[in-house]
Design a protein around this ligand. Structure first.
Ligand code: ADP
Length: 260
C-alpha cells in the first residue's frame, strides 16, 4: 500500500456502512442475539455485506454463536474485527478479552463509551447492513446507546411470554419517543413443530405477535419456531449451518423495507 495515501477519518470510515439496524427486545431471553445472528446470516445469503456489533456487553454471545476464536486486532487505521466463516464482520467486547468466560464488569457510562468506540474505530469497510445486538430491555444503557449510535431503524424481537407481560409494548412505546422507525416485530419461539407429523404445537398459548404488531401499528416481520437445531448449532458455534426459510423470509421483508 502507498504510505502517502491519506488516512481515512473515522467519519469517512463509518460512512461506508449504509444502514445501521438495532435489534432490541423488551426483556432478556427472548432470542434477540439468535435473531440478530440469523438475520445477518440470511441477509448475507441474499448477497448483502453484513456486520454485527455486539453491544450486549454483559452477556456477549455473538462470537460464541458464530464460533469465532480469533481475537480483534489493532492497526493504525483502527480496530480489526474478526470475520465469521461465511464473511460476517463481528465486533464484541468478548473478542478483546483473553479469556472468553471472564466477566465483563463495566458500568453504564463505560459500556456506552466502549460500544461507541466499536462503531467509530472498527474498520467496518463496505457494509450494506450493520446489525447491532442491543442490550436487552429498555434500561439506561439501551436508551443511551440508542441515542448515541447512528441507528437507521429498529427490529423488535419478542416471544409469547414477553407479549403476555406487555414488555414489548413498553419497548415499542419507548423507541417511538425517538427518531428511528421500527422496521418491524419478530415473534420468536412462537411454536414447536413436531418432527414426525409437522403439527405446530403452541407451547406458550396462541402466538399474538401479529396482533400486537397490528395493535401498535408496526409491520409484522414473521414468527419463528422454537427449534432445537437452532439452539444446538448456536451452542456449537455453527449458526451459519442453520437453514431456515422463516429467517430468509424475514430478512427479505426487512431488506425490502430498507432502501439502501
Ligand atoms: P437474548 O439475546 O434475547 O437474551 P438469546 O438469543 O441468547 O436470547 O437466546 C436465549 C437462548 O434461547 C439461547 O440458548 C438460544 O440458543 C435459545 N434460542 C433462542 N431462540 C431460539 C429458537 N427459535 N429455537 C431454539 N432455541 C432458541
Amino acid at each position: 500500500t502507498c504510505s502517502s495515501a491519506p488516512q481515512l477519518t473515522k467519519a469517512q470510515k463509518a460512512s461506508n456502512v449504509k444502514k445501521v439496524i438495532a435489534v432490541m427486545s423488551g426483556k432478556g431471553g427472548v432470542g434477540k442475539s439468535s435473531v440478530t445472528s440469523m438475520l445477518a446470516v440470511s441477509l448475507m445469503r441474499q448477497g448483502f455485506k453484513v456486520g454485527i456489533l455486539d453491544s450486549d456487553i454483559t452477556g456477549p454471545s455473538i462470537p460464541k454463536i458464530f464460533g469465532i476464536k480469533e481475537r480483534a486486532g489493532a492497526s493504525q487505521g483502527g480496530i480489526i474485527a474478526p470475520t465469521s466463516r461465511g464473511g460476517i464482520k463481528v465486533m464484541s467486547l468478548n473478542l478483546m478479552i483473553e479469556n472468553e468466560d471472564d466477566p465483563v464488569i463495566l458500568r453504564g457510562p463505560l459500556i456506552t463509551q466502549v460500544v461507541n468506540q466499536f462503531w467509530k474505530d472498527v474498520i467496518w469497510g463496505e457494509l450494506d447492513y450493520l446489525l447491532i445486538d442491543m442490550p436487552p430491555g429498555t434500561g439506561d444503557v439501551a436508551i443511551t446507546l440508542f441515542q448515541s449510535l447512528p441507528i437507521n431503524g429498529v427490529v423488535m424481537v419478542t416471544s409469547p411470554q414477553a407479549l403476555a407481560n406487555m414488555v414489548v409494548r413498553k419497548a415499542i412505546k419507548m423507541v417511538r419517543n425517538y427518531e428511528p422507525p421500527i422496521y418491524g416485530l419478530v415473534e420468536n419461539m412462537a411454536y414447536v413443530q413436531c418432527p414426525d407429523c409437522s403439527k405446530k404445537i403452541e407451547v406458550f398459548g396462541k402466538p399474538q405477535g401479529e396482533e400486537e404488531a397490528k395493535r401498535t401499528g408496526i409491520p409484522f416481520l414473521g414468527s419463528l419456531p422454537l427449534d432445537p437445531a437452532l439452539a444446538t448449532l448456536s451452542d456449537d458455534g455453527k449458526i451459519e449451518d442453520y437453514q431456515s426459510a422463516d429467517f430468509d423470509q424475514i430478512a427479505r421483508s426487512l431488506a425490502e423495507q430498507i432502501k439502501l
